[in-house]
Ligand binder design. Structure first.
Ligand code: C5P
Length: 226
């Protein structure tokens, strides 16, 4: 069984509010850097006050002190979960967890799905034959550094699940058979991802662009529950 989170990939607060009117009350939502930059912390407070668990997906990667205080500021806003990059390293992730003060879950992004073997090899300065092995390595580092979970693509859930030991596995790229893949390269169905060990499923366009977002949400939720 996995929890469903709607990715509010929208340009501004009015379009997000319009969508939320067409979704169940208090549904969990993900706010990324576009909406956060456009709408600001007041909008996040409004979501929290409205009973929405908020996943603030800003993928921090900075010196430990900065990330610690950014996570603490997110905790003060009342969000439920935040992201950091595992590539920020152990000290940064430990600082993030300190900033969370047991009120926010810190989950670590391993390798961005936009990287291929060659591109990621250029970033880390050595040849990479399989990004999956790098995902596993970085997931292990994140979990050893005290992160409350990791974010990974559907293709990597089975690799990460044995390491996670009760911690979170947050998975985007979720599609039902009838949904368009859009720009997602590797997708999985909600039931399939949940069965493989995902604890949270992030769904954007199949809900955002549905004729009836509430109905689409209900269908995804039911599948995620197994
Ligand atoms: O519309 P869709 O369901 O593809 O949205 C997926 C969400 O998950 C988007 O907000 C996207 O930025 C995010 N995401 C992703 N792949 C990752 C990490 C995050 O699609 N590896």
């Amino acid at each position: 069984m996995a929890d469903l989170i709607v990715a509010l990939d929208l340009p501004d607060a009015p379009s997000a509010v319009e969508l939320l009117d067409r979704l169940p009350d208090r549904c969990a939502v993900k706010v990324g850097s576009i909406l956060m930059t456009a709408a600001g912390p007041g909008f996040i407070r409004g979501l929290v006050d409205g009973g929405h668990p908020v996943f603030l997906d800003l993928k921090w990667h900075d010196i430990p002190n900065t990330v610690q205080h950014a996570v603490a500021a997110a905790a003060d806003l009342g969000v439920e979960m935040v992201t950091v990059h595992a590539l920020g390293g152990e000290a940064m992730m430990r600082a993030a967890v300190r900033g969370a003060r047991d009120t926010v879950a810190v989950v670590a992004v391993t390798v961005l799905t936009s990287h291929d073997d060659l591109g990621f090899g250029a970033v880390i300065g050595r040849r990479v034959d399989a990004v999956g092995a790098e995902v596993t390595r970085l997931a292990r580092l994140a979990l050893e550094s005290g992160a409350h979970g990791v974010v990974c693509s559907p293709a990597e859930v089975a690799l990460v699940a044995p390491l996670a030991a009760g911690r979170r596995i947050v998975v985007p790229g979720i599609r039902r058979a009838e949904d368009r893949a859009d720009d997602q390269q590797r997708t999985a169905g909600p039931a399939e991802a949940a069965a493989a060990g995902a604890t949270h499923l992030v769904v954007g366009r199949p809900i955002l662009q549905a004729a009836d977002p509430r109905e689409a949400y209900g269908a995804f939720e039911q599948l995620a529950r197994g």
